[in-house]
Design a protein around this ligand. Structure first.
Ligand code: ZN
Length: 358
């Protein structure tokens, strides 16, 4: 049973760790810059595309984050935000993503004094319109930024509260992890928790497991963004496993930021073997030059995954979604049957769906 990208693209999937400002189409960056009179480092599409993709010159999380300066420069108007969100939903739907959670930090879209509501409404509308035609559910995660004043995080948390049940699913903390501990932003998370809103925190990417501990125990995170270095603290790993705390794993991104040396060196396979709730995500379709299908294929090759294991990982993605329980349960039943049907179609001799009972 050989998995190919074509087969993986057919499977229903989730992407629950995906940055809006990392997922533009290169041509859109060019067109938006023209329309808005924004100066780009180059106006040639192939050269711009190269600049926008992390590669050998990206040597750290800092290098990776600097690429966002270019994309953010054209995302300062309502129409631009709508278009980028719409196209991202289309791109995800084209590879059968059925539930898409898109994160971004509205504070980074105020260079032209756009109002908070404009910034959030246009993204929610773009995702909704882009996903509607494709049976895809979408939602927004609002990010605080580690290196900014914690008061800004609190303001962003208030925004998440105002949009609870209206398109915003959760609150996150992103940005430079080293030297900017999550606990400084505790007030924002307290507000989020008190308001019964979901939360996730980027942690264990550019700093060790202590950062994951802070995300869980000071901020009350329900999921962990990356969690790559969790294996360095076995007791915390047991806690994460026992509480079924999902890890939002992004393999390509972790290689590009030098969090791991290669996909094979990533602890994903180890975590899967330990029974942790692991999910596979893009982080940034453009900057990481990837898709959910590519990430699953990378994992399947590096860790020699069987179709049954791929199904388990996809199901864990749906289980980890910030969706109401009843909706999620219904989705899970349908997705499980659909994956079985596709695998039985692709591997008529070998696939036994009994093995995959959950
Ligand atoms: Zn991220």
């Amino acid at each position: 049973m050989r998995l190919t990208e074509r087969i993986i693209r057919r499977l229903p999937k989730t992407d629950i760790h995906c940055h809006l400002d990392g997922c533009l189409r290169p041509r859109t960056v060019l067109e938006l810059a023209d329309a808005q009179g924004v100066r780009l480092p180059t106006r040639k599409l192939p050269a711009l595309t190269r600049l926008l993709k992390a590669g050998p010159r990206t040597r750290s999380l800092g290098d990776y984050l600097r690429i966002f300066d270019i994309t953010l420069s054209v995302m300062q108007e309502r129409e631009a935000l709508y278009r980028v969100a719409f196209e991202l939903a289309e791109d995800a739907a084209a590879e059968n993503v059925r539930h898409l959670e898109v994160r971004y930090s509205p504070i980074l879209h105020r260079k032209r004094r756009l109002g908070w509501e404009d910034i959030v409404d246009s993204v929610i509308a773009g995702l909704r319109d882009g996903g509607r035609a494709h049976r895809m559910t979408t939602g927004v995660i609002i990010c605080g930024i580690r290196s900014m004043d914690p008061k800004t995080s609190l303001r962003l948390a208030e925004l998440a509260v105002a949009y609870k049940g209206k398109g915003v699913l959760a609150f996150d903390l992103a940005g430079q992890e080293k030297d900017y501990p999550a606990k400084a932003h505790r007030a924002a998370f307290q507000l989020v928790l008190k308001s019964n809103i979901n939360s996730t925190v980027h942690a264990g990417e550019a700093f060790g497991p202590a950062s994951i501990g802070q995300a869980l125990h000071y901020c009350g995170a329900h999921r962990i963004g990356h969690g790559t270095r969790l294996r360095e603290d076995k007791d915390l790993m047991r806690y994460v496993n026992d509480h079924r705390i999902p890890l939002e794993v992004c393999l390509s991104s972790n290689v590009q930021t030098r969090t791991v040396r290669s996909v094979k060196d990533h602890p994903f396979g180890f975590y899967l073997g330990q029974g942790l709730r692991v999910t596979l995500n893009t982080d940034s379709r453009l900057i990481s030059d990837t898709s959910v299908s590519k990430e699953i294929l990378l994992a399947a090759r590096a860790f020699k995954l069987s179709p049954y294991e791929v199904k388990r990982i996809i199901i864990m993605g749906f289980k980890s979604a910030f969706l109401p329980y009843a909706e999620k349960a219904r989705m899970l039943r349908n997705v499980s049957l659909e994956i079985d049907r596709i695998f039985m179609d692709e591997f008529p001799e070998d696939y036994d769906r009994g093995v995959t009972s959950l």
